[in-house]
Structures are given as C-alpha cells and as structure tokens.
Design a protein around this ligand. Structure first.
Ligand code: AMP
Length: 640
C-alpha cells in the first residue's frame, strides 16, 4: 500500500510513491495519476495550460533539446533540427520506413541495412529511444513540478500492434529518462480501463476502439473476460488523422481563392498560419455550423497575393467554410476508416452486432461526423464521455494504481522481478522476458551465425536491467554444437525461454535447418534477495545514460566492422569496373572508419564515418547494379 503524506510547504496531500500513467503519443503525450483525494484519474496540467505536451524535440544551436509546445514553433522554420513523430521510428529499420521517407522533414539515416534507424541532427546521431527519452524526461519533470514529489515509476502505453522490439524500445526510453517502467500497456486496454470496463471481474464484453488522432488512425477489437484483456485484432492507417483534415481545409480555401498551392508552399510563414487557421476552423466546426476569421493580418496577407485585375469575392479572404463543406471534404477519409473497422472485425472473426461497446479515442473523434458515421456503422451510439485526448493516459493511471496495490479488487498476478535475456555481439544484453512480465511466460527469438562455417554457438543467459551483460547476473551458459557448415547468416537458431509457474526457466536453442537442439534449466530467483533486486533496479536507472552510450558505441562498432568487411568484399569483386580514384577514396573511408572503431569514445564519431563510407559506396552500388544488368542483358539471346 502506497503511503500518503502531507507536503509541508504547500499543505497538499501527496503519495510517497506515485506511479504515473503516461500516454507517449505520436503527436501529443501526457501524464495522468489517480488523485490521492478523489481517487479518480486526472491528467496533470499546470494552471491555465493544456495537459497535452506535443511529442516534438527541437535541438537548439548548442544541441540542447527543447521539448513540447516551444519545440513546435520550430517545425516550419528549422525542420532539420526539429523531430516530430519519433514514435513512428521506434524499433524500425530504414526499409520499414522507405515508402514514407518524404514524410520526415529531418534526416533519417539510410544505411541500407536492417539495423534500427538513427536520426542525424547536425553532427549528432540519435536513436528513436533517445528521442522518446527526451519527451519522457520532460513529462517526468513536469509531473514532479506539479506534484512536488519525485516521480520514478511509470506505466507507459503503446499501440496494440507494437512488436517486442518496439515495446522494449519504449521501456528503454523510460529507463533513459530515469523512469522505472512497471508495465507497458496496450492503448486500447488503457482506454477501456478509463471507461471502467474490465474493473468488474465478472464482466464479459467485446469492445471496438476507434482511435483517430492527429496523424494516425487505429481500430482495435478486444474482449474482456475475468478482468483479462485480449486484443483480437487491430487495423488502421498510420498516415491518416486530423492533420489531413487541416490540409484539406487549406486546399479548399486556396481553391476558392484560385491561388495555386505552390504560392503557399514557398512561403513557410503563410503556410504555417493557414494550417493553424484550418485547425481553428475544424475545431469551431465541431460545435458551430460556420467559420470565418476576423484576423485582419491574414486577410491583408492574402489580399496582397491576389491578382488585382481579377474580380473576386472579398469575403473569401476571410477564409470561410461551412460545416457542410468540411464534412464533404473529410467524408472519403472517414469512409476509409470504416473500411478498416470492417477489416478488423473480419480478422477478429466477429460480426459487428456482437460488439457491445464502441469507444472513441483521439482528438479527431470530436468531429461530430466521425461519431455519427462510426455509430451508424456499428448500429449503436458511441462512448465519448471521457476526454478523447486524455482517455489513454487516464487508463494508464488506473493500471498504475492497480500495480501499486491500491485497488484491492485486483489480484496481482505473479511476475518476474528482473529481466531475463541472453548475451549478443559485443557483450550486450538482449532481453527476452522483460521484468514485470506475467508468469508463466514463453518467448522465442531467432539468431544466426556471424562467421562462415561456424559450427557452434554459445548461449549465455543473464538476469538484470543493465545494457552490458558484465553488469548483470550470469545464470547459465551452454554451447549449441554441431551446426552444419553454412555461410554466415544462413543458419537459423531459435532461442526460446519458458518461465513456468514455479519460477523455473527452461532455455532451449534449436538450429531450425538441421533440427539440432540443446537446453538447460535454471532457477533465476534462487539466492536473490529483495534488496539485491532493488539495488539492481536502482543501478540500472543511475547508469542508464552511460549504459545506453556504451550500447550505442558497441552497436556502432559492430555495424562499422560489418560494413568494412562487406565493402572490402565489394572492392575485391568489382575491381574491374571501379576507377583507381574510386578504389582509393573507398579505402581511405574504410581506414577512417577502422580508426574510429579502434579509438572512438563516442558513437557520433563512428556513426559519422559509417555515414561517410555509405555516401561514397552508394553511387558505386548503382554502378555495380548497372553492370550486372548489362551483363545479364548481353548474355540473353532472343530466339528467332
Ligand atoms: P491526438 O493525437 O489524439 O492528440 O489528436 C490531435 C488531433 O485532434 C489534432 O489533429 C487536433 O486538431 C484534433 N482535435 C482536437 N480538438 C478537436 C476538435 N474540437 N475538433 C476536431 N478536431 C480536434
């Protein structure tokens, strides 16, 4: 039971160990708690401000991060130093993002590999984990300022479709921000909790969650039974949201004024102002049938752009739009979201009549037409009584309260107190079962060999929260031997962890092509005191910054070494089509990278040289491709 104390300076009640709920969103993020007096979930906000913190990180001239509303101002003026939508990058490699590369106005590194993406700002390279950590740090500081108490524990929400890598990335971001992440909760589960669903253990329900935010749309179908949430299916469009509505309104106005879009595109200030006006119009149209602006400065600005010889309706300069016009504009988008609902239902194997409740999440569900169409589709009125911007964070706060043991109706399930994982290249810890996972748990991950003809693989099992295995507890180690000789990267070794209800961990490694396997049993909790667990957790937070830097250096070194080997092989095989100057330039870049790998004390030195070598080899790769195509073509004979 968390203790409640009184803050002597303010006289306010405070909980000693406040666990906060955090909605780390694509567009906005926020923190919520269970109010110590009312016992109701509330979103935290400073007096007279919004609870929403834009999920935007701007780096100033000295490379210092600025987060939130202030950072938003730089979106248009310094797009290359202002990172928005970092959540879209979590746990992704460049290939995952390639199709939408134009969306990002900052530099996302294309390294042509499967490695997790990095963002470059000036001379610095950031992982999405670090970027998210800046946002979480800001949220933590705000919460501490408002609550006047340290905040060290949190529940963070993620989309239901996030995979293990993305969830682990979110945990790591929390740790880096100085937060002990007690649980990662699915956003639809949190939203359901905020509506009180699932709190009554006897309740059985099937729920559809319709989440339309600023930039993304998600629909999830979930069932609740015995207080357990099960996400049956998810669907959506990761590039559809309220921002698109704003853009449609801007285009509508320009159409009316017969101004080409290119005029506005060139003028960043004007385009920013128009976008803000469009958002204002959209919000007003949620409660009124008509919008026009009284802002004379934008009217004058537009007037200056107009062709003076042509006659036009002066009223159009006031950017009018009716509800009817707005609804006509957005209807095709909304129809797309309904098609997603249909697909989600079909994947879940559920008829829409079986949905008991439809819940609205995300700021854009304030648009009345959204509620009307979704309600009509499911054949029942939608649930929209909880603030759709806050509903996910409020649910996270409820989950946090349950974890704090404050909600006596909930039985806490058995959980593992520390993460379990294995050692990967460079002595890094790879977590397979994160701490606080429910027991029993089963997880499997695939690995491959590093060297050609490698016949064995050493599996070392560790327990703990640190990034380098040397700082964690070694539980067991064994060798998988007899892997048939194959080129590096071809064998597929699946390592699975099975933690059973008695706390016994069975680790199995199996090479899938040959079928050879080896396994071992350990008891992670033996000889582990509560104090030792507490100490390991504290150490992981204290050393989070140094650990992540050490991990980043090790990863950069491994990547750099692999790139050198691959490039050397390419030079070797393609000497005939490379000029001497090209070979010399490439070798020089290899040398530079090799010396950085040997001597660098920070990841940016290695990353910048990886990027340099990539820049040099990129045109080369095209040349090699062209040559290969030419050879293939000349080899072909056309039959008479
Ligand atoms: P979220 O990502 O959930 O914070 O949603 C943000 C989106 O909701 C933005 O596109 C906002 O413009 C939009 N939004 C907020 N309030 C309203 C409103 N009253 N009417 C229409 N859209 C709104």
């Amino acid at each position: 039971m968390a203790k409640i104390g009184i803050n002597l300076s303010t006289g306010s009640l405070q909980q000693e160990e406040m666990i906060v709920g955090i909605d780390l969103g694509t567009t906005n993020s926020l923190v919520a708690i269970i109010h110590p007096e009312s016992k109701k979930p509330v979103a935290l906000k400073e007096h007279g401000t919004s609870s929403l913190v834009p999920s935007i990180v701007h780096f100033d001239a000295f490379g210092n991060p600025i987060v939130g509303e202030e950072a938003k101002h730089y979106l248009e003026t310094e797009p290359e130093n202002t990172i928005f939508s970092a959540k879209r990058l979590m746990g992704k490699n460049y290939n995952d993002l390639k199709a939408n590369a134009d969306f990002f106005t900052y530099k996302v590194i294309d390294d042509g590999t499967d490695n997790l993406v990095k963002v470059q700002v000036g001379d610095s390279f950031y992982s999405p984990i670090e970027l998210s950590a800046f946002i979480l740090k800001e949220l933590k500081q705000r919460a501490e300022h408002i609550l006047k108490t340290p905040v060290t524990k949190a529940v963070i929400t993620v989309p239901a479709y996030f995979n293990d890598t993305q969830r682990q990335a979110t945990r790591d971001a929390g740790k880096l921000a100085g937060l002990d992440v007690l649980r990662i909760v699915n956003e639809p589960t949190a939203a359901s909790l905020a509506y009180g669903f699932g709190l009554d253990q006897s309740e059985e329900k099937t729920i559809a969650l319709y989440d339309l935010g600023g930039g993304t749309f998600d629909v999830s179908i979930l069932t609740i039974s015995n207080g357990i949430f099960d996400v049956l299916s998810t669907n959506g469009d990761t590039y559809l949201g309220g921002d698109d509505f704003d853009q449609l309104i801007v285009k509508h106005w320009l159409n009316q004024l017969q101004l080409p879009y290119s005029v506005v595109e060139k003028d960043k200030h004007l385009s920013q102002v128009l976008r803000l006006k469009a958002e204002e119009a959209k919000k007003i149209l949620s409660s009124q049938p008509y919008y026009k602006t009284a802002d004379t400065s934008i009217v004058n600005q537009l007037s200056a752009l107009m062709d003076k010889s042509a006659s036009f309706d002066n009223d159009l300069l006031h950017l009018p739009i009716s509800l009817e016009q707005f609804e006509a504009l957005i209807t095709p988008h909304l129809q797309k979201t309904i098609a997603c609902c249909e697909a989600a239902l079909s994947d879940a194997g559920i008829a829409k009549q079986e949905i008991d409740t439809v819940v609205m999440v995300g700021g854009s569900t304030r648009v009345p037409l959204v509620k009307k169409l979704v309600g009509a589709y499911f054949g029942k009125p939608v649930n929209d009584t909880v603030n759709p911007d806050e509903v996910v964070a409020l649910g996270a706060a409820i989950q946090a309260d349950i974890l704090a043991g404050n909600n006596k109706d909930f039985l806490l399930l058995d959980i593992t107190p520390l993460s379990l994982g294995i050692e990967t290249m460079g002595g890094l810890m790879e977590v397979l079962i994160p701490r606080n996972s429910k027991i029993p748990a089963r997880v499997g991950k695939s690995y491959t060999t590093y060297k050609p003809g490698q016949s064995g693989m050493r599996i070392s099992v560790y327990q703990g929260e640190r990034d380098l295995v040397k700082d964690n507890r070694l539980l067991a180690t064994f060798n998988l031997t007899g892997i048939p000789a194959m080129p590096a990267g071809l064998p597929k070794v699946e390592v699975s962890f099975l933690l059973n209800a008695d706390g016994i961990l069975v680790v199995t490694a199996k090479e899938l092509r040959s079928g050879i396997q080896q396994s071992i049993e350990v008891k992670p909790q033996s000889n582990l005191t509560d104090e030792a667990v507490e100490q390991m957790l504290q150490d992981s937070i204290i050393h989070a910054q140094a650990d992540i830097e050490a991990r980043a250096i090790t990863e950069a070194k491994t990547e750099g070494e692999q790139l050198i080997t691959a490039t050397e092989r390419v030079i070797e095989a393609n000497q005939s089509i490379m000029t001497e100057a090209e070979i010399a330039l490439t070798k020089e870049a290899i040398e530079l990278l090799a010396s950085a790998i040997k001597n660098a004390t920070n990841k940016n030195d290695i990353r910048s040289r990886i990027e340099h070598l990539n820049d040099i080899t990129r045109p080369l790769a095209e040349k090699i491709m062209d040559e290969a195509v030419r050879k293939a073509m000349t080899g072909k004979k056309i039959l008479p």
